[in-house]
Design a protein around this ligand. Structure first.
Ligand SMILES: Nc1ncnc2c1ncn2[C@@H]1O[C@H](COP(=O)(O)OP(=O)(O)OP(=O)(O)O)[C@@H](O)[C@H]1O
Length: 289
């Protein structure tokens, strides 16, 4: 992919953020309560999040119906994790919410405040999509650069602090080509955390990391994103149980999304929590069904 193509990818994402076709229909309940129980307590300083629902979703690729009549609700201020077999359509669902894939009628995307999602979504794709000609720090600041907003010293300091939190202090001036795959993924994570958006979509954000770094960054993400509405795709049941508030399994063709599994307590949960091990068995059963 050329530099211009890469740049265009980002431009497309940002521009679709601003001009995307999401029409928020003010009908979804903004109450974070549901049949799944009350939401986890969040720090008092965090404003109430945005509930988002996709309903009657339908999408066909090359004559194959990936999903039809699929529904999923993202409760306000909670992290929802989506698991499911490879190729079932998880990324595609994320891309629909990001405004990057075109669903068919009668798909509806609804928000609790009735406003469109456009401009209010941070999206971390499976590919890191770092711009090779920018430094690591400037990649973290990419959203502001693309929006042509002036980078304040405070923003630069926040980006540097995020790089430190993902273990990349001292690499601010380096180019992406000098980083390993896992380091590049950490820059992409910092860039996503830098974006101050009410809806955060993350597609396998820790997949390239070693086991210990993965645990540490799960903690960082859970702490940094507390109070935001997050949808994260992962293949790792324990990861979902550590940082998810609601866990769903997507299966079948056309695919559907199963009922929520709700781990007890507040994220990030301990990896050796005995409750999680029991729930992990249940998740594996659902994945195998
Ligand atoms: N732009 C596209 N055009 C045609 N087919 C596509 C396109 N994007 C995805 N697909 C197909 O849609 C199906 C679902 O892909 P998707 O990437 O959403 O799956 P996934 O569940 O995220 O898989 P994985 O876990 O492997 O990332 C796959 O069969 C894929 O080949």
């Amino acid at each position: 992919m050329s530099q211009i193509d890469l740049d265009q990818t980002h431009q497309d994402q940002i521009e679709r953020d601003h001009t995307g076709r999401f029409t928020g229909v003010p009908s979804v309940s903004s109450s974070p309560s549901s049949a799944n129980g009350p939401p986890q307590a969040r720090p008092a300083a965090v404003p109430p999040g945005l509930a988002v629902a996709i309903a009657s979703a339908r999408l066909t690729y090359g004559g194959t119906c990936l999903f039809s009549d699929l529904s999923l609700t993202l409760e306000a201020g909670l992290t929802t994790c989506l698991l499911g077999p490879s190729g079932v359509g998880k990324t595609t669902l994320l891309r629909v919410l990001a405004g990057l894939a075109e669903p068919e009628a009668p798909t509806r995307v609804e928000t609790s405040d009735g406003l469109p999602l456009a401009g209010r979504v941070a999206y971390m794709a499976q590919q890191d999509l770092l711009l090779p000609w920018l430094s690591v720090l400037d990649n973290v600041l990419l959203g502001d650069r693309l929006r042509r907003t002036r980078i304040t010293p405070e923003q630069a300091a926040r980006a540097a602090a995020l790089l430190e939190r993902v273990g990349l202090a001292g690499r601010e001036a380096d180019r992406p080509a000098t980083l390993s795959g896992g380091q590049r993924q950490r820059v992409a994570l910092a860039r996503t955390l830098m974006e101050d958006k009410p809806l955060v979509l993350m597609d396998e954000p820790f997949s390239a990391l070693d086991a210990l770094t993965r645990l540490r960054l799960q903690d960082t993400a859970a702490e940094t994103l507390a109070g935001r509405t997050v949808l994260m795709v992962t293949h790792d049941p324990l990861e979902a149980l550590r940082i998810g508030d609601r866990l769903h399994v997507m299966t079948g063709r056309p695919a559907s999304v199963g009922p929520a599994l709700t781990p007890p307590g507040r994220a990030p949960r301990r990896a050796d929590d005995a409750n999680l091990l029991a729930l992990q068995a249940e998740l594996l059963r659902r994945l195998d069904a």
